[in-house]
Design a protein around this ligand. Sequence first.
Ligand SMILES: CC(C)(COP(=O)(O)OP(=O)(O)OC[C@H]1O[C@@H](n2cnc3c(N)ncnc32)[C@H](O)[C@@H]1OP(=O)(O)O)[C@@H](O)C(=O)NCCC(=O)NCCS
Length: 201
Amino acid sequence: MPVPVRMPHDAGDGLTTARLVLRRYTLDDLPSLVAINADPEVMRYLGGVMTREQSRAFLDARMLNYYDVHPGFGIWLTTLRETGETVGMHCLNHIHGEPLIQVGYRIERAHWGRGYATEMSLALMLYGFTRKRLELITAITDLDHVVSQRVLTNVGLHRVGDRLFPHPNLVKSGRLAYFECHRAAWLGHFAAGLDPEGIPA
Ligand SMILES: CC(C)(COP(=O)(O)OP(=O)(O)OC[C@H]1O[C@@H](n2cnc3c(N)ncnc32)[C@H](O)[C@@H]1OP(=O)(O)O)[C@@H](O)C(=O)NCCC(=O)NCCS
């Protein structure tokens, strides 16, 4: 039975899966962003915890200002369809300083292990390859981050090797596990598992 997805033209307008829905961040979401970025377990492989000021700068640069410059791409708030509760974030955006588009996720600790990172990442792969007509989706994660690597493999990316990225926000992490997935290969193997008409508009 294919997994249902509702796919708007812009993921931030409500990309929806069986349990989750994305929306754009606003300034009002700063407290929840500050909270997730202040959790040392969440930030273990993401350069360590952020202060409130760092989260505010991240919200402006990578979220609020990014949406208009790169329509249909960005970092979005991930919420539960049923209750509206925030569970974390998902992204389809540029790797810092690169032309490459990456898929990514950050889930609040209380919601780990329920398949949320995987569920919305699969929908984002479909959205990226069909709505946004991407030829390639990439991802990076820490060499030791086995859980994230598992999610990436489960949604169809494969490890190409290790890479160093020169952007100041990434270079300090050293070599990162680099993953790729090409459009034709993904559509051939994974798209049949998803039903983009499965959730009525
Ligand atoms: C990485 C993260 C997003 C995963 O979120 P999640 O919603 O718990 O992930 P899912 O439940 O969708 O999938 C986790 C997968 O890892 C597997 N897993 C869990 N613990 C594992 C372990 N110790 N070793 C190997 N695999 C493990 C799960 O079994 C599952 O795989 P499966 O579906 O094949 O069984 C979450 O832990 C997180 O937000 N971490 C902090 C932020 C972060 O590191 N983001 C990624 C940056 S690259």
